[in-house]
Ligand binder design. Sequence first.
Ligand code: ADP
Ligand code: MG
Length: 317
Amino acid sequence: MGEFDLIARYFSRPVPEGYLGAGDDCALLPLRPGRQCVVSTDALIEGRHFLPEVDPLTLGHKSLAVNLSDLAAMGATPSGCVLALALPEVDEGWLSQFSEGFYRLANEFDCPLIGGDTTGTDHGIMICVTVFGHVTPGTALLRSAAQSGDDIWVTGSLGAAHIALKLLQGALPHNDSLLAKTRPMLEQPCPPCLFAAQLPGLAHAALDISDGFLQDLGHIIKASQCGAHVIFDHLPIDPAIRNLSEETVQEAVLSGGDVYQLCFTAPPKHRDAIETLAQQFHTEVSRVGSITGGGGLLVETLDGRRVTCANMGYQHF
Ligand code: ADP
Ligand code: MG
């Protein structure tokens, strides 16, 4: 199968009115009057971001999910995406599953695939997705916008993706039922896009938790030149991992990556509005601490024990 047949068969589903999809030199995407364009791109490399044997349906989902998560972290609404693929071979079974997983999520969040690039490679698979979104000018949720006295919130739960990865890597003892419960969190993350798009005006700073809660919250306090006080007992530990040893749970929750949920800060006066929004969009939210004037990042239990974590999260280099 040639490159053009491949694109026509797997990556050329119809796009909404006002868009131009695959087939010309560029795609066209409508601009929304009075809005600012938000852009992000993420590359996924075989062996580094996903295991070679991963189910292509979930890989298609995850390739877009990690990008939608970045849009959510800005409080943006998705408007479209492009996909660059480098493939060592044309495997139609793989392609049809990958594209199905990708399109399902794209449809769910109204983020049409409007173009891309397809090439061969002598190395492993590389998947690069760029997403476009929109936000009211001046309201995007910047990492630098946290203020002393803000509450710190986390959506969803923490730790399950990390435990699934450890199980798949053989770094934790074999456990089929634990893997079955945690694997979807690793392979099919669901960023809270609809909830996040309503946060501008309520929240100050936000980011998506991709490299680990502590490391990512560290980015907010550094950019905002403030400190943070987190109550460990208030962190949303994923129910599937609660029975593991205290040390394992702490590491998974504080430094486990691949979460693709949000950490955001907001003034206490918006607590009720945030809870209502969360209910409206079926999003779990936990208030886990507060932003302080300085003093770094402190994690304590309710009874005042300091929680430390040797591993601060994932770093690529
Ligand atoms: P060009 O030669 O201008 O780079 P291509 O031949 O690479 O164009 O691509 C032809 C058309 O197919 C373009 O409109 C491009 O956006 C689209 N396309 C290529 N690969 C993909 C893909 N993986 N997903 C979606 N659209 C794609
Ligand atoms: Mg091209």
